[in-house]
Design a protein around this ligand. Structure first.
Ligand code: ZN
Ligand code: ZN
Length: 367
């Protein structure tokens, strides 16, 4: 926490305007608690929104399990829809009370990385991911939005919170796999793993005009959902030799694009094994161990392969575009919100989501 923030809190305490809110706080490995914490107040260029809907991400589970380091005391969550509660100075063109969607990645829009088009890498590696990482997050009644001018995306009146909440992260990330791979109309695409992001990657391949879309997954609920999201074939990696099957489905040639949406050596390697010569491996997974590139499918480095990675594209223009896709009826992500919980029961929501109980895909949390 910066000295500036500390000073601001002290002032607030002293002035007697201090009020509290409920939030999910990370207290250390495997320790999360719903706590009463001070309400955020917006500084210059910032806004505070009253969160009306949020969700839990696989990344939050990594944090809780101690696999991704954040400071104890941090409020988790990075996928908010809400209503503008207070605007800091320097934020123009918005009104208190407007409904907004904020992307998981909140770029500043001004640094060399942002101006170069790498908004997710704002300020340096992974720097665009601030909420629930380096700043307090969205699993709370109120949320401070940094660089509000670049990140408050107005939600059209005809869209509900449920329709847009997944655009903040998993849809932006999932769709980006096909965008980064520059999928062409009629391309064949294989998507490895159909978790929340993989399912959105399947939907993204369809949106980008892929022809054959092959999903790889063994969980029956997710296999069924992947067809709903646009898969033309679903292969069960526990029962089938998926590399051989994909080769068969593509006339031995291989797919134009393989999307990795899990973050394991096995799926990375299989993705590489199924792309055609000159094809693209588009990687979304978060890897936690060393990744090795097998020589033979990599054609000893001479196969003209492309390997691209993408961290969730954010910022208000990205969110606006994604909302337009939903609004025009081109995609509906609501089936992915399989469970709903009030903030009071977020502990239970974490258990259901973390242990993948009851066919859960994503949980909606209503503060
Ligand atoms: Zn996330
Ligand atoms: Zn930036």
């Amino acid at each position: 926490m910066s000295t500036q923030t500390l000073e601001r809190e002290v002032t607030k305490e002293g002035s007697g305007t201090h009020s509290k809110m409920r939030a999910l706080v990370f207290r250390g490995k495997n320790q999360i608690r719903l706590e009463e914490v001070p309400m955020p107040r917006p500084g210059f260029g910032e806004a505070v929104i009253r969160v009306t809907l949020t969700t839990i991400c696989g990344t939050d589970l990594h944090i809780i399990r101690g696999e991704y380091p954040v400071e104890p005391g941090l409020i988790l969550g990075h996928e908010p829809v809400g209503v503008i509660h207070e605007l800091g100075t320097g934020v123009t063109g918005y009104e208190v009370g407007e409904r907004v969607l904020v992307g998981a990645i909140t770029p500043c829009g001004q640094c060399p990385y942002c101006l170069g088009g790498n908004w997710a890498q704002c300020g340096g590696p992974l720097g665009g991911w601030k909420m629930g990482n380096t700043l307090n997050g969205a699993q709370a009644e109120y949320l401070l939005v940094p660089n509000a001018q670049a990140n408050l995306a107005r939600v059209p009146d005809d869209l509900s919170d449920d329709q847009v909440v997944l655009l903040a992260d998993i849809a932006s990330t999932g769709f980006s796999a096909s965008e980064s791979a520059e999928v062409k109309i009629g391309d064949s695409v294989a998507v490895f793993a159909q978790g929340p992001i993989g399912l959105c990657a399947t939907a993204g391949a369809k949106l980008k005009g892929a022809g054959l879309i092959i999903a790889v997954e063994s969980d029956p609920v997710r296999m069924a959902m992947s067809e709903k999201m646009g898969a033309s074939a679903v292969l069960n990696n526990k029962e089938q030799d998926v590399v051989a099957e994909i080769r068969k489905l593509t006339g031995v040639r291989g797919v134009d694009v393989a999307i990795e949406a899990l973050g394991t050596q096995a799926t990375f390697e299989n993705a590489l094994r199924v792309i055609r010569a000159g094809g693209t491996l588009s990687s979304l997974g978060v890897y936690s161990a060393k990744i090795t590139v097998p020589l033979e499918p990599f054609a000893a480095g001479l196969g003209d392969h492309r390997i691209v990675t993408t961290l969730c594209p954010g910022g208000k223009e990205r969110m606006r575009r994604l909302m337009e896709i939903v609004r025009s009826g081109r995609v509906d992500l609501r089936p992915l919100l399989t469970h709903h919980f009030p903030l009071d029961r977020i502990g239970e929501a974490y258990r259901v989501f973390g242990e993948r109980l009851d066919g859960v895909i994503k949980v909606a949390i209503r503060p």
